[in-house]
Design a protein around this ligand. Structure first.
Ligand code: DC
Length: 218
């Protein structure tokens, strides 16, 4: 079985997806982490995020995979654990520009489809229901108000030791959502078959129970 969870930044997708996968005994794949790894590598190698050709070369030269240690997912690139590095604010600020290039998306989508081949997965991202797993049995679109998403991102950054003011985070999320929604390929959108869940007034546990009820109902 394949379950897709798409939605804007800060809607709680990764936490819910991880929990849902645990409950169902499926593998969780965080596709955003893959675009983040490429962005981190581009920052390190001083590759311009607008330069599609250089990014394409970089994307083809690296190997990304996931490892699971006592329930925690680690993103590994060429043997290096980048799980913490990919969450840095400078990566978040640049990642949607890197993810906007169709050639880059093609590489990522192919790798994601390979990872999901023949196994039951919960995958979260922006284009999972449309491009990566078009045949997914369930396509959730998880959203929340901009204000709530900004608060959640601020709390998440705070717990990782970054104190960034509310306005800066609001600006970053707004810009990222705009770029993710307006790009030509694999844009963030609600599909005809999407099951939309607004988590503004719901806890992670409530969202999880809602999804499980929908899945178990059938
Ligand atoms: O889910 P996230 O915030 O970690 O995603 C980081 C960025 O990666 C997001 O701004 C857009 C991009 N992304 C994408 O374009 N397609 C995906 N399937 C997942 C993420």
């Amino acid at each position: 079985m394949k379950i897709a969870i798409d939605g804007p930044a800060g809607a709680g997708k990764s936490t819910v997806a991880r929990r849902l996968a645990q409950e169902l005994g499926f593998v969780y794949i965080d596709t955003g982490a893959m675009y983040r790894v490429l962005t981190w590598k581009a920052l390190q190698k001083k590759v311009d995020p607008e330069n599609a050709e250089a990014l394409y070369e970089l994307a083809n030269s690296i190997k990304i995979h996931f490892e699971y240690h006592s329930g925690q997912q680690k993103v590994i690139c060429d043997g290096e654990d980048l799980t913490a590095a990919v969450r840095l604010p400078e990566v978040s600020a640049m990642v949607s520009t890197v993810a906007s290039h169709p050639a880059i998306r093609k590489i990522m989508v192919e790798q994601q489809q390979e990872m999901a081949h023949n196994i039951s997965v919960v995958m979260d991202g922006r284009d999972i229901g449309e491009c990566v797993l078009p045949d997914a049995e369930y396509k959730f679109f998880l959203t929340a108000s901009l204000e709530e998403r900004t608060h959640r991102r601020a709390a998440e950054l705070d717990s990782s030791g970054f104190t960034i003011d509310y306005e800066t985070i609001l600006h970053d999320i707004t810009q990222r959502d705009k770029r993710d929604s307006e790009r030509e390929v694999g844009s963030l959108k609600i599909l005809a078959e999407s099951i939309v869940i607004d988590s503004s007034n719901l806890s992670i546990e409530q969202v999880l129970q809602k999804m499980l009820a929908i899945i178990r109902e059938e």
